[in-house]
Design a binder for this molecule. Structure first.
Ligand code: EPU
Length: 417
């Protein structure tokens, strides 16, 4: 199993370029199911979750090709299977994103029911409830969600809670429904809006994505299109948090600063100096960070996907901070690993109380999920001595060539087998 070995103590200096957003690319790749035409997607990050999605689509009969400009083309006229098998869904919950498009275009889908995962139970009841309201008949049989429908019928959907992939699944399904669908209490994440832009380029009529009410006027068919995936705001935030924690001065290129307002505000509160342009950010941190309290919540509030990275920042900050995780019930597993490096963290329910210590000390730690891995890498960058992070396959799900990018900023990071 591969590990990262990090020699801590070097500030980060230089420039880093941000990849396409994982959480926009995954639903956009699944949107290719909605058309028999060719969807060409640019700026697709090379990540394990993307490979898993392409395997899943390929297995269904999607024709995939890569052109010389690294655009990925998906042609859906030969799809012959509507099944997302357990073997793939168990490795990546986002496979649920094929459910809405399959039912909408083929009137049938059989998708393995995702189980719980490291960060929480993560049910998909909202996806199912929404599809039922659109007219699908859904049975849970032998661990599979089996959905059948004639043409879906537009309706008003009021989501019981804010769910990102739930909103995306229903928005995709509604594109080919008869009549108009209104999704209320929709997720406002920028990735939902990016998916809507892609769908609209394919001939869909989606309005309001990025807000909490999305209106979809159904059309009878979608066509091929080209779409460029938005920059990854969580990768951006992770590099910014790394600089705010380890110190240094870095320019982040090819990013989308306006998707990071809540994160930038917290970095400024921690003492970082930040400048932004339309697609770049510059961060400078010359001192020990100040402790920052935060609470995760759906966009535009502070993202759960940045909680672990800020936990590490608070571990070495001046002062005591509280971090409350409100989205997932088990997303504080990095705490016990950070303690191995000398962090002083108490946990009460979903709240961590972090007392900043003068220094962390390198140790062997284990990644438990994607963003927890990122927090351990940042901890390794600031700790004295060597930190080895085990099980970095979690990291490879969501960060493209992270050790290469960090090395270019002067970090002493090696991947070891
Ligand atoms: N939930 C339900 N029922 C549902 C759907 C969700 O109870 O039918 C609950 C979940 O259990 C959770 C909350 O609602 O407690 C929010 O979950 P959501 O559905 O929004 O999460 P998701 O769509 O499964 C996406 C991202 C996650 C990110 C969350 C929250 C993708 C592919 N994944 O997951 O990304 O943490 O939104 O912003 O978009 C990551 O990239 O590391 C990651 C986990």
């Amino acid at each position: 199993m591969e590990k990262l070995s990090i020699e801590g103590g070097a500030p980060l200096e230089g420039e880093v370029s941000i990849s396409g957003a994982k959480n926009a690319a995954l639903p956009i790749l699944c949107a290719s199911i909605l058309t028999a035409g060719t969807l060409r997607v640019e700026n697709v990050p090379r990540l394990r979750d993307v490979t898993t999605t392409l395997n899943l689509l390929g297995q269904m009969g999607m024709e995939l090709s890569l052109d010389d400009k690294l655009g990925l083309s998906l042609r859906g006229d030969g799809l012959h299977s509507v099944v997302a098998p357990y073997e793939l869904v168990k490795t990546m919950r986002a496979s649920i994103l094929v459910l809405g498009p399959l039912v909408a275009r083929f009137g049938e889908a059989k998708v393995s029911l995702p189980g719980g995962c490291a960060i929480g139970v993560r049910p998909v009841d909202q996806h199912i409830k929404g599809l039922r309201a659109l007219g699908a008949e859904i049975d849970i049989e032998h661990g599979y969600i089996h959905a059948r429908a004639g043409r879906l019928k537009g309706t008003r959907l009021v989501m019981d809670l804010v769910t990102v992939t739930g909103t995306e699944n229903l928005m995709m399904a509604a594109c080919l429904a008869e009549g108009t669908t209104v999704i209320e209490n929709a997720a406002r994440e920028p990735e939902v809006a990016d998916l809507a832009d892609c769908l609209n380029a394919m001939g869909a009529r989606v309005e309001g994505a990025g807000g909490d009410v999305i209106t979809v006027h159904g059309v009878s068919a979608l066509h091929g299109a080209t779409h460029r995936v938005m920059p990854d705001r969580i990768e951006t935030g992770t590099f910014l948090a790394a600089v705010a924690t380890a110190g240094g001065r870095v320019t982040v290129r090819d990013c989308l600063p306006r998707s990071l307002d809540a994160v930038t505000a917290k970095l400024a509160e921690a003492g970082a100096r930040i400048e932004t342009g339309p697609d770049w950010m510059r961060i400078e941190m010359e001192r020990r960070p100040s402790a920052v309290n935060l609470r995760t919540a759906p966009y535009p509030a502070f993202p759960t996907d940045m909680q672990a990275q800020f936990m590490t920042l608070n571990c070495v900050a001046d002062g005591t901070a509280t971090i409350t995780e409100t989205i997932f019930e088990n997303r504080l597993m990095h705490v016990q690993e950070l303690r191995r490096l000398g962090a002083a963290i108490d946990v009460q329910g979903n709240t961590a109380i972090i007392r900043g210590v003068d220094r962390l000390e390198g140790a062997a730690v284990m990644a438990t999920d994607l963003r927890a891995s990122a927090s351990l890498v940042i901890a390794g960058l600031v700790a004295q001595g060597t930190t080895t992070v085990d099980r970095i396959y979690h990291l490879d799900r969501g960060y493209e060539r992270i050790e290469e990018k960090l090395r270019r900023l002067g970090a002493r990071v090696q991947r070891i087998s």
